[in-house]
Design a protein. Structure first.
Length: 288
């Protein structure tokens, strides 16, 4: 067959076949095409929005639920509490962080001495208990311990004179800058270091002692005292003196106020200022 005959046969075959008709779309296909990402992108492009504008539109305004708001408040409160705790710890450690090695060693020695004093007191009480339990004459032993306890309480109450080793602290205040609260800090530091009897310018310091500013001086339990302020303290000198000289302690605070502080150790300190025994108005011994 020639080439012309093949062309004629193909033309006849095309005329016999029907024209191709594109398949119609079903309703499901139409819905699927409407939900396709391309359709959504086409709608955004028709609206004239760029990618950044669509991102901003999706993030703002924020859509917060009640649960998200409660979680945010709880996280804020937790963070604030942690910040306050870290700040307080930093302030408390600031004084020791800048201290010299010798000062740190002295502070550790002071803590060891305090622990030893507590341990000695514990052993003394245990010994008293054993003596009461094992003494053949428990009544006499109890009477002896009662008298000893009365003497000790008399020293603490200021009704009995006392003597023993200790220190003498003299505070020179030529500028008149020393206030009552500074002297009170010194008394509290001495008590914490184991002071057993304290006397300031002839006034006995007891548990109920109060200090107040009075014109250009200070009053102790209503008794006006003037500079120089002289503390006579009975206790272990090796514990009392370092307690006043710790970094940021009493001595450094007073020196910042241009006061001069001298501390002298002594093997015998006499505290002879007495307080009148005061009978309580309402409290009575439970043994009566």
């Amino acid at each position: 067959m020639s080439e012309q005959d093949e062309q004629r046969a193909a033309s006849g075959l095309r005329r016999e076949l029907p024209d191709e008709v594109p398949p119609s779309k079903s309703p499901a296909d139409a819905a699927g095409s409407a939900d396709a990402p391309g359709t959504e992108r086409t709608q955004a492009e028709r609206a004239g929005l760029t990618g950044r504008q669509r991102l901003v539109k999706g993030l703002w305004p924020p859509r917060l639920t009640r649960a998200q708001l409660i979680v945010a408040l709880l996280l804020f409160g937790l963070g604030f509490g942690l910040a306050v705790q870290v700040a307080s710890n930093s302030e408390g450690d600031g004084a020791l962080r800048g201290a010299r090695q010798e000062d740190l060693v002295r502070i550790l020695d002071e803590l060891d001495d305090r622990s030893q004093r507590l341990e000695d007191e514990k052993q003394g009480l245990e010994k008293q208990r054993d003596e009461l339990e094992n003494s053949s004459d428990q009544a006499e032993e109890a009477r002896r311990q009662t008298l000893e306890k009365e003497r000790q309480l008399g020293i603490l109450a200021g009704t009995v004179a006392a003597q023993g080793p200790g220190i003498t602290v003299t505070i020179e205040d030529t500028k008149g800058t020393v206030e009552a609260n500074m002297l009170l800090d010194a008394i509290q530091e001495l008590r914490a270091a184991g002071a057993e009897a304290i006397q300031v310018n002839g006034v006995r310091v007891v548990a109920g002692t109060y200090l107040a500013d009075s014109d250009d001086s200070v009053s102790v339990d209503g008794n006006k005292i003037n500079a120089p302020y002289r503390f006579q303290v009975i206790g272990k000198p090796q514990d009392l003196e370092p307690a006043l000289n710790i970094p940021g302690g009493v001595v450094q605070t007073l020196e910042k106020e241009q006061a001069t502080v001298t501390v002298e150790r002594s093997s015998k300190i006499v505290v002879d200022a007495l307080r009148a025994a005061k009978r309580p108005d309402y409290a009575r011994s439970s043994s009566q």
